[in-house]
Design a protein around this ligand. Structure first.
Ligand code: HEC
Ligand code: HEC
Length: 364
């Protein structure tokens, strides 16, 4: 049975001009879901569902112009396709938007009590400045470039004035009271539900038929053995599907860093130019690349490792020779093609098209 919630969002919420005839009515399309639809046994679907509405709702920005989904677009692996993203006032973010997937590290399943949250060492943002997903999710809303709401009270007050939220909070929390804490909880559950484990490489691990081609296998060998990319971007993780990066590293993008990365958080000069080692899951979809979006293509990224690594006192040892000099990999064109073919096996076409993670706001 599909129940359709049709809520026409008032003109004011869309901040349209009074006499503009082209107003399109927006409505929320929230069909009923089978139990555990979002993948959490024992967690009520309505919690991630509310999170999804919040994620895609432009009302979470001060002038109703951007939502989380404006900078984290499903088709691009929940990253953005521009180097820097536009915030609510059209100002640019300081860094490249990051993909969102497999942020479910802090979950433990307890047979008696269902799912519980456990402390996790996961570090969020390019400089790792946040680790608690529940706290993190409010940051962009309150950020003066991203969404511009002045404080959590203003946020709760704003949502209380929007008719569709009370019933959604009631379903998710058994009470229609709207608080910042509940907003962050629901958002965090939606983010955690975005799991990806359907790439060609995953399938080759789990023996469900997909085999890498000769070219892809050669690329994998170059990635794992010859060029040791895997020492940072681990693709042979014991969890298989996680492909987590890990830690922070200076890869010699600059001789002088204007954005100091990890050092901004630690105030340690040894951390200047270190940024989070990203997971390469869906990397074929998340261009442009690096914390500042400087490279348009994977080709350019590989050229960087091949022959453009800058000498920096903090350059990672894994990118130096035994004598400490910058390592020149001199990756050939055919090797580059093989590595790129391998990186393409990290694309999960399911997560980027799954209606479960798509905007529930539809226009008539
Ligand atoms: C204006 C664009 C913009 C908006 C709106 C936005 N983000 Fe982001 N997001 C970014 C950028 C840029 C980064 C990287 C920031 C940094 O490292 O300093 C980021 C990073 C993140 C990360 C960290 C991922 C990781 O692996 O470390 C998460 C999670 C995230 N955003 C969730 C959200 C949520 C939830 C919302 C809505 C409440 C949101 N974002 C709204 C641009 C945006
Ligand atoms: C010493 C650790 C290290 C090694 C070795 C390494 N990388 Fe990276 N890689 C990083 C870090 C850190 C970043 C992000 C840097 C930044 O934005 O400042 C990155 C970024 C990338 C990106 C862009 C990802 C994105 O979302 O923007 C790609 C693609 C990539 N690396 C591929 C490779 C390949 C291919 C190799 C082997 C030739 C390799 N890396 C070797 C640490 C490493």
């Amino acid at each position: 049975m599909k129940a359709l919630y049709v809520i026409v969002v008032a003109c004011i919420l869309l901040s349209c001009k009074k006499d503009e005839p082209s107003l399109q009515a927006t409505f929320l399309d929230l069909p009923e879901h089978p139990a555990n639809y979002f993948g959490f046994v024992g967690i009520n679907n309505n919690l991630p569902e509310l999170g999804k509405v919040l994620f895609y709702d432009k009302s979470l920005s001060v002038n109703n112009s951007v939502s989380c989904g404006s900078c984290h677009k499903q088709v691009y692996g929940f990253a953005d396709n521009t180097a820097l993203s536009h915030g609510f006032d059209n100002q640019l973010t300081a860094r490249n938007s990051m993909p969102i997937q497999n942020l479910n590290f802090g979950l433990a399943v307890d047979v008696n009590n269902g799912i519980t949250l456990v402390p996790s060492s996961q570090k969020l943002f390019w400089d790792g400045r946040e680790h608690d997903l529940n706290i993190m999710v409010l940051r962009p809303i309150l950020n003066h470039i991203e969404m511009g709401i002045s404080d959590t009270e203003e946020l709760a007050k704003k949502l209380k004035s929007i008719p569709y939220y009370k019933p959604l909070f009631k379903k998710a929390f058994d009470s229609d009271e709207i608080t910042a804490q509940k907003i962050s909880e629901a958002l965090a559950w939606f983010l955690r539900s975005i799991t990806s484990r359907n790439t060609k490489l995953d399938k080759s691990f789990f023996g469900s038929g997909a085999q890498l081609s000769a070219l892809e296998l050669n690329g994998k060998r170059l990635f794992v053995e010859k060029y040791n990319c895997n020492s940072c971007h681990r693709v042979e993780d014991p969890n298989g599907y996680a492909f987590i990066g890990g830690g922070f590293s200076n890869i010699g993008l600059n001789e002088i860093y204007t954005d100091e990365g990890l050092a901004k958080v630690t105030h340690n000069s040894n951390d200047v130019g270190k940024f989070k080692i990203p997971s390469l899951r869906n990397v074929a979809l998340t261009a442009p690349y690096m914390h500042d979006g400087r490279f348009e293509t994977l080709d350019e990224v590989i050229d960087h490792y091949s022959n453009s690594i800058a000498s920096h006192p903090n350059l990672d040892l894994r990118l130096r020779n035994a004598n400490g000099q910058v390592r020149r990999m001199d990756i050939s064109e055919s090797e580059k093609n093989a590595i790129i073919a391998f990186l393409n096996t990290l694309t999960d076409f399911q997560v980027v098209t799954d209606p479960k993670f798509a905007s529930p706001f539809k226009t008539k």
